[in-house]
Each structure stands twice: as C-alpha cells, then as structure tokens.
Design a protein around this ligand. Structure first.
Ligand SMILES: NC(=O)c1ccc[n+]([C@@H]2O[C@H](COP(=O)([O-])OP(=O)(O)OC[C@H]3O[C@@H](n4cnc5c(N)ncnc54)[C@H](O)[C@@H]3O)[C@@H](O)[C@H]2O)c1
Length: 389
C-alpha cells in the first residue's frame, strides 16, 4: 500500500479538521504543516511526531515532491492563490468553502484543475449532516412530490463573536457573509432542490454591529464564542473596519423552475438553520440542524397548526460539525486514493459562491435581479465526469 503524504496549509482555526486525515493504519500521513502562527503546529506535533515539517511559507510545502495532497483551510481571500498554486504543483487539493471570494476566482481555480488534471475537492461538510441527508432521502423518496419552493432561515447567535472581530468583517477579505455562511446554505438548497440559481436579488444591511465599540487598529481581533456575549449592542472589541451586512434576505430563481428564499441574521439569540422544502404533495422542515434534532414531514391537509404526519428523530453523531468533519475528510481521502464518486462537487461549490456574490452585489446596488454567469460545457462535463477527460 502506497502511503499518501499530506500537507496542511492554515493549520490553526478550521485547520484542526485536517487532523482527521492522519491515519497511518490506512496509509495516510500528515507530514508537513504551514501557518503564520507557530503555536498552530503544537497539536500537529503531538499527533504526528516532532519530525513533521513546519513552515511559515506554504509554498515550501508545494515544493516537496512526495507530498501528494494538501488541505487549504486558510481565510477565504487566500483560497484562490493557494489552490491554483497547489494544483499547478500537482497536489490533490481539499479546499475549504467558500471556494473563493469572486466568481472569476472560482472559475480560475476550476480552469486550473481542468488543465493540470490535479484533483480538486471542496469542503462542503454540510452534505454530510445527518439532518440534510435525511431531508434529501425524504425528497428523493417522492413523498412530498416535486419540489416547487425552498426557504431557509439561518439564525446565527455567534455572528458578533465570529464574523465582526477579524478579517470576516471586511469586503476585501470575505466579500460578504452570504459567501462565508451562505455558501453552505445555498449549496444545501441547490443540492436538495436539484438545480442551480440563474437569477438572484437581495436586500440586506449592516444595522447592529456597526454601532458597537471597536478595538484599536493595532490590536489583533480575538474570536471567542461565548453565549454570555449578549445582547449584541453591548458587545465590544469589534473590527475597526466593518463593511459587510449583518442581515440579508435573498430570492433565487433556479434553472429547473424551483424558487428559493434565504434569510441570514447575525444578531439572533438562537443558533440554527431552518430549511423547508415544499413540493406538490407536502412539505418538510428540520427542527435543529445537528445533534438531537428532527425532520418533520407534512403530507396531509389540516386546518391550523398541527403535528407533522411523520417525525424523524435524529441523534448526535461523534465528531465536529455534527459528525460531518470526519466523514468529509474520509470521503476526500477515498476520492484521492480510490477515485470514489463524491457527494460534493466543485461545480456546485462554484454556483453557491456565484449566487452569494451576485446576491451581495444586488444588495449593494439597490436590490435588482442579477444573472449568474454560466460555466462552459467543457468544464461542467469534466467535473461531472469525476474529473476525468
Ligand atoms: N466547513 C466549515 O464548517 C468551516 C468552519 C469554519 C471555517 N471554515 C472555513 O475555513 C477557513 C479558515 O477559517 P478560520 O475560521 O479557521 O480562519 P482563521 O482566521 O482562524 O485562519 C485559519 C488559519 O490560517 C492561518 N493563516 C492565515 N494566513 C496564512 C498563510 N498565508 N499561510 C498559512 N497559514 C495562514 C491562520 O494563522 C490560522 O491559523 C475559511 O475559509 C472558512 O470559511 C469552514
């Protein structure tokens, strides 16, 4: 069995996900890590041994011939450059969502993967959430008929802690939170509705966190989540520059006729995504998205609020992000080693970003309906064919 050697780029923060890939017993070894902050190496040394190669310059990892695979889990604005360089260096790439912060950036990544033949995989871990998979199974069974409309409300109680104190708060680094958070939700809605957005419009604004007190420019932003950080207007140490929306409402027209709406709020007291899919014979809704949660199915008509016809009870799964992180890492490793068919797809990741980008543009330019640029058939066919020419 050939050992597959792995490099981790951006190994603090979300990079802790990559530790799931260190599986010497299955032939996968993390042998190099890169981060600007050397403290991020500590946990990797404990897991993989002191001999692990460490560097502040990710390009050093790309120069190592026997590294087959890299995970890129750096901030969003670095994805495009790092992914393109890694693909050109012949590495198979696991790239965190959102794929990039512009549509052109996504398309350049896709084109590079197509030209080099290096494998590309996007970290849309929500495709492994038990609640999402249960909703997909119900929709695919046909019990609620043909999906016509989809709504999602995303309440984010940690928005002030996570997205308005560091790079996320600035358009130049994140573009907007319809990419950072919305890319997940839009991707789930596209996947379960069976289409991609062709036109989008939106309204949204920054109306809460711009009123909170800021940290000095020279002080580093500290991101710590705590339910005691409440109410939003009393919080402090926010980024000196905040120019992304803290609430957004968008409407989407899909290529298969389905229509969708998505609402995202970063100052809600609770924390959940609530999707509903309405078909020609019923409707489903998730109550909670990870851990102990439920999927409700309505298939009969009754007056007033009533209990669903079927309640599916779901239970906690071990692993971060509702058990999705170990699953997505294993799917990627098996894609690299055995070419398995994957549940996620770079084309879908690109359309999620493209929808977020155009929705954000609509919000910032008066709410008009904007078209999503299409990809060429050559690129679509390549990725839908499992990245084979
Ligand atoms: N799929 C998910 O559920 C999920 C969850 C959280 C974050 N994310 C994504 O993961 C990515 C990282 O998010 P985060 O919250 O960990 O961000 P972060 O700001 O904590 O950064 C992650 C790490 O990257 C390092 N880094 C920054 N610049 C670097 C460079 N030039 N070279 C090497 N390392 C560098 C930082 O030091 C840090 O350790 C983002 O794209 C985010 O959207 C995905």
């Amino acid at each position: 069995m050939k050992t597959i050697k792995i490099g981790s780029i951006g190994c603090g923060g979300r990079g802790t996900l990559v530790k799931n890939a260190h599986q010497p017993e299955n032939g996968f070894i993390i042998s190099a890590v890169s981060d600007l902050d050397e403290n991020a190496f500590k946990e990797y040394k404990e897991l993989c041994g002191d001999n692990i190669f460490t560097t502040n310059n990710y390009k050093d990892i790309l120069k190592i011939d026997d590294i087959d695979v890299v995970f890129i889990t750096t901030p969003d604005y670095l994805h495009e450059e790092m992914a393109i360089n890694a693909l050109k260096a012949g590495k198979a790439v696991y790239l965190e969502k959102p794929m990039a912060i512009t549509i052109e950036g996504c398309d350049r990544i896709l084109q590079t993967a197509f030209e080099t033949g290096s494998k590309l995989y996007l970290g849309h871990n929500m495709r492994h959430f038990a609640s999402v998979l249960k909703m997909k199974e119900i929709i695919d069974s046909g019990i609620i008929g043909d999906i016509q409309t989809v709504w999602c409300r995303h309440f984010i109680n940690y928005g002030g802690d996570a997205y308005f104190k560091d790079w996320h708060s600035e358009q130049r680094y994140s573009n907007g939170l319809l990419l950072q958070k919305g890319a997940h939700d839009i991707d789930v809605m596209h996947w379960l509705a069976g289409g991609f957005t062709t036109k989008v419009s939106g309204m949204g604004k920054l109306s809460v966190y711009d009123k909170c007190s800021r940290r000095p420019t020279e002080q580093k932003g500290i991101v710590e989540w705590n339910d005691d950080n409440w109410p939003p207007l009393e919080q402090k140490d926010f980024s000196p520059e905040i120019n992304v929306e803290d609430s957004s409402m968008i409407m989407m027209q899909l290529d298969n006729g389905v229509q969708m709406s998505y609402n995202q709020c970063h100052y809600a007291p609770d924390c959940t995504r609530n999707y509903t899919f309405i078909g020609t014979k019923g409707r489903i809704e998730n109550i909670g998205d990870t851990g102990k949660c439920q999927v409700w199915v309505y298939t009969s008509r009754k007056s007033a609020f009533h209990d669903p016809d079927i309640k599916h009870q779901l239970f906690p799964v071990e692993g971060t992000h509702g058990g999705a992180d170990p699953l997505i890492v294993n799917e990627f490793l098996n894609f690299v080693a055995k070419n398995i068919k994957t549940s996620t797809n770079p084309i879908a990741a690109r359309y999620a970003v493209a929808t977020g980008v155009k929705a954000t543009e609509s919000i910032r330019t008066g709410g008009g309906l904007l078209e999503i640029p299409k990809l060429s058939d050559e690129i679509i066919n390549y990725f839908e064919n499992g990245q084979q020419k």
